[in-house]
Design a protein around this ligand. Sequence first.
Ligand SMILES: C[S@@+](CC[C@H](N)C(=O)[O-])C[C@H]1O[C@@H](n2cnc3c(N)ncnc32)[C@H](O)[C@@H]1O
Ligand code: SF4
Length: 405
Amino acid sequence: MENFNLQQFSLANKNANDYISRINVEFTHQDIQPFSIESGFFIFTLMPSLRCSLNCPHCYLTKEQRRNSEIMSIENLKITAQKVDEYYSKKNIKNKVMVFYWYGGEPTEMGMDYFLSATNILNNIFTKEKGYFTKHTVLTSLLTIDTSIWFPFFQKYGDGHFQTSFDGLMRGKNYVKKWEEKIKQAKDFGLEVGTISVVNHELLKDGATKVMEYLAELKVKEISFLPFMWNEQNDGKAYNKYAPTMNAWSDFMIEASQYYFEQKSKGEFVPEIGQLSFILHQAKQPSLANIAGQTLFLLPNGDFVLPDYKNGYQEYMRYFGNILKEDFANVLQSKERRAYLRKQLLRDQNSECLDCEHANKCVMEFWKKNRENDDCFGGKRYVDWLLNYAHENGLLKIDNKTVTY
Ligand SMILES: C[S@@+](CC[C@H](N)C(=O)[O-])C[C@H]1O[C@@H](n2cnc3c(N)ncnc32)[C@H](O)[C@@H]1O
Ligand code: SF4
């Protein structure tokens, strides 16, 4: 339960044949239950504020959202949590996993008072006695935080762990300098650090080996390399300037993974790569995954949403329901969410994905159209490379002695 890459949390209870036999039929709500929020596994992505004082060129939020977003009141957050808890208490599931993933905006800009109240409310509602396993992970840019306040918070409420985004020089030299300083402080404080990088042109210039060496030197525990998404805010200039092709993403990942395996074989410290672990983990248990049934994003006004795509692969947030106006079961069973999950299960009807052996383990997190004349958004070339490497090196043998992933 360490890596908070969403893909790491895919619950997968159905086998591939079962999936293949079903892809041409209409799915009912029951069909998606065994590997979803409905079964008691919820990566609850909390965006109670979209505020952030930075201006990252790739950001999916408008400047208006970053500066003036409303903040969900503590009272409304409590109502939301109570409604989710009521839903589970009616279902009578014994063990439930709630991963509170604090996203944004910059979540820390809501302030420590807010955070303390919010985490205490959530922890008091989703208790062990009721069968909940809970975990809080905060994703922060690190730049604007007062470390003397936030590091003790991560220690106590995040089990000594937090996540931070690292995008190299895309955010500027000054950013990297300040960020590095704070990472060093976090390590000195005894925290475990995970990073998320949007693979962008600046990281490509450095090259994967250098990026891995840099993060290894900083003793980052795990890293996740996300494909760069096209959205309304970065449309045009920023997207064209920074977004690499998926071919470039796959090449980057292959190089990063080569470095990872080399270092491992020498017994040297190297950060875990989220995508690498995810793909190998999924490969070991042929099953249905990548259906986005384990997560929802909560917006400041109570809307539950998830990323969806228009114009092929341009991202926007798709609305499923508002928790302040209806109960949680209604949101989960809404027409919109059912249509969305059907789209995930049918891989957005992409013929190449429906035929693809990697559909349960590629990095296509929310399904969209692939770009012509490029590797797909699942990073097929990387998945192929990794699986070949793993087979050749016996990493996928499933017996008591050799299972590595
Ligand atoms: C918007 S930030 C919010 C959390 C926090 N403020 C931070 O900077 O880490 C969330 C993550 O989304 C990533 N992100 C933003 N725009 C993106 C895009 N166009 N494609 C892929 N990831 C993106 C960011 O780099 C960051 O890792
Ligand atoms: S690897 Fe590519 S082609 Fe295969 S399922 Fe994933 S996105 Fe589709």
